[in-house]
Design a protein around this ligand. Structure first.
Ligand code: AMP
Length: 283
C-alpha cells in the first residue's frame, strides 16, 4: 500500500493506471476509520483493479464553532485498517496541497442543500461538493463509493456528478450499525458513557417510524411527532431537525410514499449525530 501526499503524484499515478486500462475505485473519508468506511472499501475492492481512499479532514465543510479542531484523528490506526482492507493507495494531503494560497473556487449545489443539514450548517455542502470535485479531479476514479448514512451528502454528490458531467459512477452503500443499532460514526468517539445510551434514541426513533409506516401511517406530521417523543425521552438529547423529505429533491413531504426519507440530526451531549430511514426499506 502506498501513501501519497502530493496532488501531482497521485494524478500521475492514476493517469498511468488509466493508460493501462485499469479501473480505479475511490472512497473519500475524513479518517478515524470504522466498519462503515471498511464496507465502502470492500465494495470498492470488488468493483476495481485499484482501490484508492483519501483521509482528509476538509476544513471548508466545517462552519465557525464546529468541531474541526477536535475531529478525531489517528493516522497510524487508519493506515493499518486500510492496509487490511486491501487499499492500494491512501491519498493523505496536507491543507497546503488542497487549498494553496489564493484558492478561490467553490462548487455550490443549489436547491437540495437548502434543507436538512444545509439549514443549520450553511457552508457544509459547499465544502463537501468542492472537496469531492477536487478529489475526483485528483484521483480520477471510475467509480466512487459513499455511505447512505450521510443521505443528503450522497444526493448532493450524485447531483454534482450529473450536473457537471463528471464521468464517474456513484455508488451508495447501506448504513453500518453497531449491534445495538447505533449508526457507526467517527463522532461516536466523543460520546461519554451515559450519552452512549441516549445516542440510541436516533435508531430507536427510526424503528418507531418504520413500525408506524408498516402499519399504514402515511401522515408525515404524525410520524415526526412520534419520532420526537421517542428522542425526547432520552436524557441529554437536543433535536436539530426531524424531517421527512423526497429522496431526490430533499423537499419536505406532507404525505409519505416510497420516495420519502426520514432524516434526523440530534445533539447527544457534545456530538451532533445524524441518521435516516428510507420508508419501505427493512427495519
Ligand atoms: P466520513 O469519514 O464521516 O466523512 O465518511 C466517509 C464516508 O463513509 C462517507 O461516504 C460516509 O457516508 C460513509 N460512512 C460513514 N459512516 C458510515 C456508516 N455507519 N455506514 C456506512 N457508511 C458510512
Amino acid at each position: 500500500m502506498e501513501i501519497i501526499e502530493i496532488v501531482r503524484d497521485i494524478q500521475d499515478f492514476s493517469e498511468s493506471l488509466r493508460l493501462r486500462g485499469k479501473r480505479i475505485a475511490f472512497v473519500p473519508t475524513m479518517g478515524y476509520l470504522h466498519d462503515g468506511h471498511l464496507k465502502l472499501m470492500e465494495e470498492g475492492k470488488k468493483r476495481s483493479d485499484c482501490l484508492v481512499t483519501s483521509i482528509y479532514v476538509n476544513p471548508t465543510q466545517f462552519g465557525p464553532g464546529e468541531d474541526l479542531d477536535k475531529y478525531p484523528r489517528d493516522f497510524e490506526r487508519d493506515e493499518r485498517l486500510s492496509k487490511d482492507a486491501g487499499v492500494d493507495v491512501i491519498f493523505y494531503p496536507p491543507n497546503s496541497q488542497m487549498y494553496p494560497e489564493n484558492y478561490q473556487t467553490y462548487v455550490n449545489v443549489e436547491n437540495i442543500t437548502n434543507n436538512l443539514c444545509g439549514l443549520t450548517r450553511p457552508v457544509h455542502f459547499r465544502g463537501v461538493a468542492t472537496v469531492c470535485a477536487k478529489l475526483f479531479n485528483i484521483v480520477k476514479p471510475h467509480v466512487t463509493i459513499f455511505g447512505r448514512k450521510d443521505f443528503q451528502q450522497l444526493v448532493v454528490i450524485k447531483r454534482m456528478v450529473t450536473d457537471l458531467n463528471m464521468d464517474i459512477e456513484v455508488v451508495g452503500m447501506p448504513t453500518v450499525r453497531e449491534p445495538d443499532g447505533l449508526a457507526m460514526s467517527s463522532r461516536n468517539a466523543y460520546l461519554k458513557e451515559d450519552e452512549r445510551e441516549s445516542a440510541l434514541s436516533l435508531s430507536r426513533s427510526l424503528k418507531r417510524a418504520a413500525d408506524l409506516y408498516n402499519h399504514g401511517q402515511r401522515d408525515a406530521g404524525i410520524i415526526i411527532k412520534e419520532v420526537k417523543d421517542v428522542i425526547e425521552k432520552h436524557p441529554g438529547t437536543r433535536i436539530d431537525y426531524i424531517k421527512i423529505c423526497d429522496v431526490e429533491t430533499m423537499k419536505d413531504a406532507g404525505r409519505l410514499d416510497e420516495r420519502s426519507v426520514l432524516a434526523l440530526a440530534v445533539w447527544v451531549g457534545t456530538p451532533r449525530l445524524i441518521d435516516n430511514y428510507v420508508f419501505g426499506e427493512n427495519k
